[in-house]
Design a protein. Structure first.
Length: 442
């Protein structure tokens, strides 16, 4: 079987070790000959990379490994770029969350003004990585899960329309894993799903087992009472409080359209007042992540380096990240796997903007994704999606044109924001906080 070479962009990410362990678990399905890391933060990447070097030496010494902050040293001879960068890292995420909250508005990484601010930082970074890939490895594919995926995907559509970039999100995969647990199935892959929406903004319309039996009634019964949490409390002890709350709130989101099952992040748009009331403006998700995942991953990596072995590490395979192997395999071996991807509508949802970047099931093969037709969507979803897709398009226009006016319109248009005047004060604070990260706005 052919062996592939991978570049991980954002080598210093907290998700990198979990992805390496997941790639190692799947070498029989997706053989690898080389793994390179690229990041623009030398110190951060070194900590993760030195630990991964030891993991690879112990578990798959035949795989070549390199890391660098110099693109020319790592982007050549690559088949797949797996990109998960966070421009501005956690300190900027903290501001994305805290600035809107200061003005009584949802403070979230990818939704509302925080997501728009993050998008304005991410576009340039992701485009730069596409350009490095096309310069040094013109035949490579980029699998992008850098957030905010909706805005980043729209930017790639507009700015690099011919590039081989696939935008993907793990949220539906995480939720489908929960659904499979609720149903007592051994894997989400025992379900065949229909889903449509925008990234972090969608609905499941049909879920069946492989024999075609409808699984929606049992799921609806559970979700109307428990959201996406299992009945047993055990699972909750292994989850940060903010995620427990998000999975539970899905029961209220579900009630807004009991014909479908919702993406959990719809809570930010449909219940923004509730979200603000339940947020601590001085301790947001960024703080939870810095105190939790970041400390754990970096602590473990330092320990591996000091001990010279990863034998007893508590770092673990990121099971949700298995979708990345599925996607790479689909391209590499033309598997035609059915997966949810973010791509240009182009008529798949017939009564929706053909240029919108939507998230729908596709069959993925060596020539990329073949989207499956969704058909007509109901007025409730159509209205919400039209508003949100306008936010995403206006943000990309604001970035490309350097337009203050369009960014103000984007924030004003977000369903999380009560008025144009609130949008303006948030925008003015965000401009100061993002100096050096955003293009200058006129
Ligand atoms: N699509 C999804 O469903 C999904 C799921 C999980 C995480 N993510 C995304 O993955 C990314 C990483 O998340 P994390 O929490 O591990 O963040 P992190 O801050 O730990 O890692 C991001 C890394 O990107 C690097 N970076 C920043 N700008 C860069 C640039 N211009 N070029 C190269 N490297 C750059 C940083 O130095 C950092 O090491 C984020 O964008 C996050 O939102 C997406
Ligand atoms: O707050 P974070 O940094 O922990 O996570 C933000 C990401 O949240 C989603 O991914 C979740 C996923 O939904 C959940 O099931 C589990 O697998 O954890 C994932 C990451 O922690 C979302 O899809 C991402 O885009 C966010 O970055
Ligand atoms: Mn996501």
């Amino acid at each position: 079987m052919k062996k592939f070479s991978i570049l991980i962009a954002g080598g210093g990410s907290t998700f990198t070790p979990g992805i390496i362990l997941m790639l190692l678990d799947n070498l029989d399905k997706f053989p690898i000959r080389k793994i390179n890391f690229y990041d623009n933060d030398e110190k951060r990447q070194k900590t993760i990379a030195e630990a991964c070097k030891i993991i690879l030496k112990e578990r798959a010494p035949e795989i070549e490994f390199n890391y660098s902050i110099e693109p020319s040293e790592v982007f050549s001879d690559i088949d797949f770029v797996m990109a998960h960068i966070r421009v501005g890292k956690y300190p900027m995420r903290e501001l994305d969350e805290k600035i809107p909250l200061k003005h009584g508005v949802v403070g979230q990484e990818t939704c509302g003004p925080g997501g728009i601010a993050y998008g304005m930082r991410s576009i340039g970074g992701v485009i730069e990585i596409i350009d490095y890939m096309e310069t040094y490895s013109p035949n490579a594919w980029m699998l992008n899960y850098s957030n905010p995926a909706a805005i980043v995907a729209e930017a790639t559509r507009v700015l690099r329309p011919k590039s081989k970039v696939l935008n993907i999100c793990d949220m539906p995969i995480g939720t489908e894993t929960r659904m499979a647990n609720i149903l007592g199935l051994s894997s989400r892959k025992e379900m065949v799903v229909k889903y449509y929406g925008l990234n972090h903004f969608g609905w499941w319309t049909d879920i069946r087992d492989k024999d075609g039996n409808d699984l929606m009634p049992k799921l609806k019964e559970h979700i109307s009472k428990n959201g996406y949490l299992p009945k047993e409390t055990d699972d909750r002890q292994h989850m940060d409080p903010s995620w427990v709350e998000t999975h539970l709130k899905a029961r209220d989101v579900y009630l807004t359209d009991p014909d479908t099952l919702p993406n959990t992040y719809l809570k930010y748009y449909l219940f923004p007042d509730y979200v603000v009331e339940h947020s601590d403006p001085n301790y947001t998700r960024a703080n939870e992540v810095m105190d939790g995942r970041e400390k754990h991953v970096f602590g473990e990596c330092k320990k591996i380096f000091e001990m010279g072995t990863a034998k007893d590490t508590t770092l673990h395979t990121d099971v949700h990240a298995s979708y990345i192997v599925d996607l790479a395999r689909a391209i590499a071996f033309n598997t035609k796997e059915r997966m949810l991807l973010i791509l240009e509508n182009n008529g798949a949802i017939v009564n929706f903007d053909p240029t919108a970047m939507i998230e729908i099931p596709c069959l993925v093969g060596s020539n990329g994704p073949e989207p499956l037709v969704v058909g007509k969507i109901p007025q409730f979803q159509k209205g919400l999606m039209e508003q949100q897709v306008s936010v995403e398009k206006l943000t990309v226009e604001a970035w490309t044109e350097g337009s203050y006016q369009k960014l103000w319109q984007a924030i004003t248009m977000s369903k999380t924001v009560p008025s144009a005047s609130v949008a303006k004060v948030i925008l003015d604070d965000l401009i100061v906080a993002n100096k050096g990260y955003w293009p200058e706005l006129k």
